[in-house]
Design a protein around this ligand. Structure first.
Ligand code: BMA
Length: 920
């Protein structure tokens, strides 16, 4: 579905940056076409770099689509072979005459031996490290060859595990994943060995740019910037550090100039660097008078970004240049006692530019098994979809990769704060010196690469490994595993991260307990505690449309429910005979053990499951729809629950929940998973629901015991933490005036008065009528950012409304004017038990909006109220302005925004609509 990225074949020589004539810095790009071969298989094809052997084989028709049916299993041999990448290149006398020539490989996947002209240059075994070697002695003027001889990552990991003195679990993934073993013994994208949402494609290849660079004296290797407020809190300091490649045996004196573009602020220093002392550091002062604009998270203001340029002029006209883009914002993690009772624990929330921010968001996984297929357009479309759902926080999960520069450029531009895991996930890890020394290089490199990014909120040591160690407590090898954990994350990684990037929060694990974890020796008794830090929560046996069993933590960095991807997305990888909920291929794509029956069970608590006798693919389509309803409702219920608990602390100390990052935004292939957007980019029902449940202002009704309790929740207005003088418990209050030192450069404070008052209307509807049976309208004035504004016994409401049974009615609620669109609804009985009327929801009109070939207005009519109205656009990609909604009026309009031009007739043919009663 996504074309393989084609990279130009040209091998070119560029006269050094900034075009200075006579400069000795030359670059030769080595990306493009390489020969990719396996001697054992007798295969030799031309493949693209950056790329992997799978895409090379695909482009040459040696294999078909690896995602098709069970090709992941059929193609297992590919990951078990050893592949060799080779190409020739010309070196001109200008380059070969240079004093130093570096081979720079920004990413090699993973275990390889590098040869130039048949002579071994180096070996590699960490895909996250940028390798730089001085290759001058290996090169000649004229024709040269380079080869990377890879060892199968699967084979390498197995051998490493076999030679390790003890077992480091998990040895193999669970059978449902159809995976390969020992992902923890290689510094490579763990999920490329399979995950509970993705296939095993253990790639080999050169996955990032690779080039030669010549110079005479010294050139910039990397530059880093930390942006910090100055001591007055009104201006800023840019703490810069520049790292150099220095020609061996030399001490080079040169001029380094660092400029904050668009401000005229610049510093130029004479610096002396050598191979042993290869860096220069200095600060740039940015006074208040420079008037730089702050960078804000999505929904809070603009994402103002500034370039910082580094220019170094060495001897012999070596000129090198780097540019980074930074933003001016502060981030603090607040861990304060929530009350006077120490057992009540500590807060865990973030102040961004001084304002407490509720992190609304999700988790990111690699967008494809083959990194080379992830274009900036695909990233933009996924991240834009996240931003449209008001997402201001996203966790780059630790089982994938440190994401690309394109990715962080986009999160910087869209204001999506990144909870950045280091790439360690759901496993124990070896701690021998070879492994640790790789980790040191990797973490140092990645922190330096990314630390200037305003969107990076924090570093987190790993995904779920503190909990994994805790679960070993009492078992034979506990002390060994505990010590390994401490060695890796606390003694090795933490000091590197905090030394390189002292101005950013580091947490050792997710979930973890913040300060409490440290005081408990870094493996807390309960890393998922509701009283400290972040938590992950999954329970597939509970009723997730009810709130009573959800935790009330400080922040939830994972919670999720599975659903199938959209039907049309499956058509490219399944045959028509596979399009059945219980087909072997439907099971093959489900990597969560017993996930398909589990989803059916979850849905069946609320929804009528179509009889087995319903013919496929209709039944499969219906089941996909039902699993998506269940997922959307579950995550809606849970997300609103967390948001309702943002402002106050319960008597038992729980509450002040300041973040909800659902699992997971995106997919790696076409499958049933926790994602809200499927692999094709089509939104699942959950994503449409996220747009609503993460809106800055929502009305949120829920069943609180036998009461209907309705909350108003608002964020994106300034709040302050206030301690109740009697109970000493904390709460957040809307801030009504500018405090000393608090910037209000966006006029956020003026929003407060307008936001905190309004009216709430709560209505009882019968399923049989478009007019409510009874309505209550209350004025409200909020004292906190999430507050109950209406509460009444459901039975008494029904009695007052004249509704005879909970199966006959539902609750609908809106704020202020119905036209404002801030509304919500809940069932009073399960949908499967409710007396829904046979609604005929029909598309009666499709019009092209203002001669646009991409925007369409769709008019719907219905003869009865219908929940879960679901529109699909078939083969046309795009999104609806709303979907999965309840229709309570005889007509409604929805917009469709196509991703590409499409004519009206095609649009009309492809559109379809259904609602719950269609399969009731
Ligand atoms: C969490 C994640 C992932 C996993 C997800 C769903 O544990 O960290 O490892 O994919 O749950 O099971």
């Amino acid at each position: 579905m996504h074309p393989v990225v084609s990279v130009s074949l040209t091998c070119f020589v560029v006269t050094a940056m900034l075009g200075s004539s006579g400069a000795s810095v030359l670059l030769m790009d080595l990306t493009g076409s390489w020969n990719v071969s396996s001697a054992a298989r007798g295969i030799s094809v031309m493949g693209q770099v950056p790329g992997s052997m799978y895409t090379a084989l695909m482009e040459n028709n040696v294999i078909k689509d690896p995602y098709y049916r069970d090709n992941d299993i059929k193609f297992r041999w590919i990951g078990q072979e050893n592949w060799t990448y080779t190409r020739n290149f010309e070196v001109g006398s200008e380059m070969s005459g240079a004093k130093s020539i570096l081979l720079v490989a920004e990413g090699i996947d993973t275990v390889s031996t590098v040869f130039i002209n048949g002579r071994q240059v180096a070996t590699t075994n960490d895909m996250y490290i940028r390798y730089t070697w001085d290759v001058k002695p290996y090169l000649q003027t004229g024709q040269n060859s380079i080869s990377l001889v890879f060892q199968s990552a699967v084979d390498y990991a197995a051998k490493e595990a076999a030679s390790y003195p003890y077992t480091v679990t998990p040895v193999c993934p669970q059978p449902a994943q159809n995976g390969v073993c020992h992902a923890n013994f290689i510094r490579k994208e763990p999920c490329s060995f399979s995950w509970d949402w993705g296939p095993a494609f253990p790639t080999q290849g050169i996955w990032k740019p690779i080039f030669l660079q010549s110079f005479t004296s010294a050139i910039i290797d990397m530059a880093t910037v930390e942006v910090m407020p100055d001591s007055t809190g009104k201006g800023w300091v840019l703490r810069t550090k520049t790292y150099f490649n220095v020609s061996s045996g030399q001490s080079v004196k040169g001029q380094l100039k660092v400029t904050l573009e668009a401000t005229g602020i610049s510093e130029s220093h004479s610096v002396t660097v050598s191979a042993d002392r290869n860096w220069a550091a200095f600060d740039l002062t940015v006074p208040q008078s420079a008037n730089v604009k702050r960078w804000w998270p999505n929904g809070y203001g603009e994402q103002s970004l500034y370039y910082v340029s580094f220019v170094f002029v060495g001897t012999d006209q070596d000129i090198s240049f780097r540019q980074l883009r930074v933003g001016f914002r502060t981030i603090e993690l607040v861990e304060d006692p929530v009350s006077s009772d120490p057992s009540h624990g500590l807060t865990f929330y973030f102040l961004v530019n001084g304002y407490p921010i509720f992190l609304k968001g999700t988790n990111w996984i690699p967008a494809d098994s083959f990194q080379e297929r992830i274009t900036k357009d695909r990233l933009r479309s996924l991240l834009k979809s996240a931003a449209e759902a008001h997402i201001n926080g996203m966790r780059v999960w630790g089982g994938g990769v440190y994401e690309s520069d394109d990715f962080y450029d986009l999160t910087d531009e869209m204001g999506i704060l990144i909870w950045q895991d280091l790439m360690f996930s759901d496993a124990l890890y070896p701690t021998d010196e070879d492994f640790l020394s790789l980790v040191r290089r990797e973490v140092r490199y990645q922190v330096r690469r990314l630390m200037h990014r305003p969107s990076i909120l924090l570093w987190s040591g790993n995904n779920e490994n503190e909990g994994i160690v805790r679960n070993k407590a009492g078992q034979a090898n506990y002390t060994t595993y505990y010590n390994d954990y401490i060695t890796l994350y606390i003694k090795t990684i933490m000091p590197i991260v905090t030394a390189e990037n002292p101005n950013r929060v580091f947490v050792p694990s997710s979930p973890s307990n913040g300060k409490e974890t440290a005081s408990e020796g870094y493996v807390a008794k309960d890393p998922r505690s509701e009283f400290y830090g972040d938590t992950h929560f999954y329970d597939y046996s509970m009723d997730e449309w009810k709130t009573d069993k959800f935790p009330i933590p400080r922040l939830t960095s994972e919670y999720g429910a599975e659903a199938w991807c959209n039907f049309d997305t499956l058509l490219s990888v399944l045959e028509s005979s596979d399009l059945s909920y219980n087909s072997s291929q439907a099971f093959h794509r489900q990597h969560h053990p017993d996930g398909n029956p589990e989803m059916q069970n979850e849905a069946s608590v609320h929804l009528t499951i179509p009889p087995e006798s319903t013919p496929d693919p209709k039944r499969f389509r219906d089941m996909i729809y039902l699993t998506q309803i269940n997922q959307a409702m579950s995550i809606k219920t849970e997300s609103e629950h967390y948001r309702r608990h943002q402002s106050s602390v319960l008597p038992d100390g729980r509450g002040l929940t300041m973040g909800a990052l659902y699992w997971q935004l995106n997919d790696i292939w076409q499958a049933p998973t926790w994602a809200s957007i499927d692999y094709s980019g089509r939104w699942k029902m959950l994503h449409y629901y996220a747009v609503r449940f993460f809106s800055p202002l929502i009305v949120s009704p829920y069943m609180d015991g036998s009461d209907v309790n309705v909350y108003v929740i608002m964020d994106q207005i300034p709040t302050v933490q206030v301690r109740d003088p009697d109970t000493q418990r904390l709460r957040f209050e809307p801030e009504r005036k500018v405090k000393d030192g608090r910037h209000d450069d966006l006029g956020l404070l003026s929003k407060v008065e307008a936001a905190i008052t309004g009216t709430v209307t709560v209505e009882v509807y019968s399923w049989g009528s478009f007019s409510p049976l009874r309505k209550w309208t209350n004025s409200y004035q909020l004292n906190t950012t999430a507050e109950s504004v209406f509460r009444q016994n459901a039975n008494s409401m029904m009695t007052e409304a004249g509704c005879t049974s909970s199966t006959e009615c539902f609750i609908y609620t809106f704020l202020n004017n119905p036209a404002d669109g801030v509304n919500n609804w809940i069932f009073l009985a399960e949908p499967k038990d409710s007396h829904l009327r046979k609604a005929h929801v029909t598309i009666v009109g499709v019009d092209q909006a203002q001669d646009s070939l991409r925007e369409f207005n769709i008019t719907l009519t219905t003869d009865a109220i219908a929940p879960f109205v679901w529109l699909e656009a078939g083969s046309v990609f795009g999104k609806f302005s709303d979907n999965g909604f309840i229709i309570i009026t005889p007509t409604a309009t929805v917009k469709f925004m196509a991703s590409q031009d499409v004519d009206l007739n095609t649009m009309k043919q492809q559109l379809s609509v259904r609602s719950l009663v269609d399969i009731y």
